[in-house]
Design a protein around this ligand. Structure first.
Ligand SMILES: NC(=O)c1ccc[n+]([C@@H]2O[C@H](COP(=O)([O-])OP(=O)(O)OC[C@H]3O[C@@H](n4cnc5c(N)ncnc54)[C@H](O)[C@@H]3O)[C@@H](O)[C@H]2O)c1
Length: 297
C-alpha cells in the first residue's frame, strides 16, 4: 500500500533513476569512481537508496541483507554493479563471509556501510521491558555494527585506507522519541563511532555515522500500521511527515543517501568520528510555546 502510494509520486524505478543519473554525471563528477562498497540492510529503504546513489557515482556495491528474495530483486533492479549476498548481521560468520565475498569479487573494500537495523516492539515503560527483546535488538543494531567494523577493518587496516559508515538515529540523540531499547541501541552507535575513530585514524581509516529523522520506509510504516491499526496508508504517511519541523519538505531515503555519499567521498576526506544529523533541525531546538502577547492581554 505504502509503496503504491509512493510509486505514484515517483513513476520511474530507482534503478532507472540510478542509470540516468550515472549517465548524466561526467566521470569527473562521479564521486566514487573505482570504489567498492558493502552495505548491510540494503534490500530496502535507506540502504537501497544509498546503493543506487553509490552506483550512480561509479561504485560497485555488494548488498548484504537477511531478506534473500528482496535482496536479489534489489540487486537485479540496481543493475550489473550491484550484487547480493545473504547476510544476517547477528551472525559474525555471515558478516565475515560478506567481507570476504566482496574482496573475492572486487579485490577491494573501500566503503563499509553498517546500515541494517530493526525497530523495537516492546511496551513503552522500562518496568515492562522484555530483556530478551532488548538483547535481540542489541544483537542486530549494535553487535551487528560492531561485527561489520571488525571484519571490514580486518581488510582495510593492511591497506591503510577505508571509510566506514553506520546508521544511527535522532532517537539516539534525544530521549523520548522511541522505545528505550531502540534509543539506547542508536546512542551506542554514536558512541562506538567516536571510540573506533580513536583507533582507526592511526590507519587512515575514517568512520562516521548518520542520524536520520523519521522516514516512511518499511521499518517505520510497519510500526505505524501496528500502532494505528486499520488506518489507511496515505494517512499514516501524513502522520509520519507531520512530525518534521522543516517546512516545505520531508525526510526521504535519498537525503540519507546524499549524506552517505558525502561522507564516503573525498569531499569528507578529513571528517572522522562525526555524527551527521539529517533531521531538518529537529534536534537543534525546542520551542517554549508561550502564547502571543495578544492572547495573554
Ligand atoms: N526509517 C527511519 O525513520 C529511520 C530513522 C533513523 C534511523 N533508521 C535506521 O536506518 C536503518 C535502515 O532502516 P530503513 O529505515 O531503511 O528500514 P528498512 O526496513 O527499509 O531497511 C532495513 C533493512 O535491514 C535489513 N535487516 C534487518 N535485520 C537484519 C539482519 N539481522 N541482518 C541483515 N539485514 C537485516 C532488513 O531486511 C531491511 O532490508 C536502520 O538501522 C534504522 O534503524 C531509520
Amino acid at each position: 500500500m505504502i509503496r503504491q502510494g509512493l510509486s505514484k509520486k515517483v513513476p520511474i524505478s530507482i534503478a532507472l533513476l540510478a542509470e540516468r543519473c550515472s549517465r548524466g554525471l561526467s566521470t569527473e563528477s562521479r564521486k566514487l569512481e573505482e570504489k567498492v562498497a558493502l552495505i548491510t540492510g540494503a534490500a530496502s529503504g535507506i540502504g537501497k537508496a544509498t546503493a543506487a546513489k553509490f552506483i550512480s557515482n561509479g561504485a560497485k556495491v555488494v548488498i548484504a541483507d537477511i531478506q534473500h528474495q528482496l535482496g536479489q530483486q534489489t540487486a537485479k533492479e540496481l543493475g550489473p554493479n550491484a550484487t547480493f549476498i545473504a547476510c544476517d548481521v547477528t551472525k559474525e560468520s555471515d558478516v565475515s563471509d560478506a567481507v570476504d565475498f566482496t574482496i573475492s569479487k572486487h579485490n577491494q573494500l573501500d566503503i563499509m556501510y553498517n546500515n541494517a537495523g530493526v525497530a523495537c516492539k516492546t511496551p513503552r515503560s522500562i518496568v515492562d521491558l522484555n530483556l530478551e527483546v532488548f538483547d535481540q535488538v542489541m544483537r542486530i543494531n549494535v553487535r551487528g555494527v560492531v561485527a561489520g567494523i571488525k571484519h571490514s577493518t580486518r581488510v582495510m587496516i593492511p591497506r591503510r585506507s577505508g571509510c566506514i559508515l553506520c546508521t544511527a538515529s535522532v532517537t539516539g540523540l534525544l530521549g523520548g522519541l522511541a522505545q528505550h531499547t531502540y534509543s539506547v541501541s542508536k546512542s551506542a552507535i554514536i558512541g562506538l563511532v567516536k571510540s573506533m575513530a580513536a583507533e582507526l585514524c592511526e590507519y587512515g581509516i575514517r568512520i562516521n555515522c548518520i542520524s536520520p529523522f523519521a522516514i516512511p520506509t518499511p521499518f517505520v510504516m510497519e510500526e505505524m500500521s501496528q500502532i494505528y491499526a486499520g488506518v489507511d496508508a496515505s494517512r499514516l504517511l501524513e502522520l509520519v511527515y507531520s512530525t518534521g519541523v522543516l517546512e516545505g519538505t520531508h525526510c526521504e531515503p535519498n537525503d540519507i543517501a546524499n549524506a552517505a555519499l558525502y561522507l564516503a567521498s573525498d569531499d569528507a576526506k578529513y571528517v572522522s568520528g562525526h555524527n551527521l544529523v539529517v533531521d531538518g533541525g529537529f534536534t537543534s531546538f525546542k520551542n517554549l510555546k508561550l502564547p502571543a502577547p495578544v492572547q495573554v492581554l
